[in-house]
Design a protein around this ligand. Sequence first.
Ligand code: CP3
Length: 348
Amino acid sequence: MNDTFLKACRGEDVSYTPIWIMRQAGRYLPEYRAVRGKADFLTMCKTPGLAAEVTLQPIDILKVDAAILFSDILIPCEAMGQGLEFHEGKGPLLAPAIRDEETVRRLSVPDPEDKMRFVMDAVRLLRKELSGRVPLIGFAGAPFTTATYMIEGGTSKNFLNTKRMIYENPALYKTFMDKVTATITEYLKAQIAAGAQAVQIFDTWGGIFSPADFREHALSYVKMIIRNLKEWMLSRGETVPVIYFVGETAGLLEEIRTSGADVFGVDWRIDLDSAAARLGNDVVVQGNLDPLSLFLPVNKIEERVKDVLRRGASARGHIFNLGHGVVPQTPPENVVALVEMVHRLSKK
Ligand code: CP3
């Protein structure tokens, strides 16, 4: 039974700094590629046995302190009625792009146990297979980050269509975001009800905004989700930690601290102690090694790990992670070494 991660989320004393890694089940692992060679990405997401198998790989191989459900933040888009495909080397494609009243009107707020049952089945299966070995993290995209994919129809460079909808037709954006927010709220509740022991909300693209626009067009919807989740959990006598990760965190820390989250994910563009100070110090932070520093020689990685640990110690609690997802080209042995280092160097 390893509950170090959950204790750290709650700001309790821990005997070492727990670590998990964003995208820990991914293409950098030969064991993942072996499963992926037999099934495409969406099939893996939709087959609970396969999703559970790759979720467990990094627990055995890396010895991380938490499992994160293998899935994708774009799964709810398909459940809302938008077409979703992943093409090799091209990233996700969503069609039709959500740009006008008609496409927004046709989207539904799905019952997650109906339209995304495979996700909750994977959660239930994983809780059984983990049997307390490490906690299981569920997740969803934040409404804004999810909406960018739905409006752009995929990945984007400058988010032109998203910002145009926000600035040219704010009423339409709000109607759309209310549907996305309701969908994600119900989706996270369903994951928690199925057994997720913490949830992370990914706001990867929050950093494209000025602080004022971030507050109004992204953060306000995250606050609604967290407030709603907390009330619902209270009524069930449950306290599942909520982690809020924002990409390009540095310009937005004063906004992020008002989100209501229990843990704040920080990217690598800022020192963790500066981030903790601006978040209020009495907070739990998660992060924040540059994912590409895993290409350094192991002794240099160790220097950086020491630095992150030292800076993380200024917060009430620290969960070690990368500042964003591990990239496919990363040498897996360096990721194994990273986990070992964090455990060894942080031992009290
Ligand atoms: O962290 C984990 O291990 C849990 C699983 C997870 C995946 N995606 C698996 C995945 C999580 C939490 C995500 C989140 C996600 N998905 C985000 C937010 C976090 C972030 O990384 O910024 C975003 C923006 C997406 C959307 C998405 N999914 C993109 C842009 C891509 C890349 C497409 C590509 O080919 O590189 C994906 C695919 C994806 N999601 C993969 C994995 C392991 C690779 C799929 C494959 O095997 O081909």
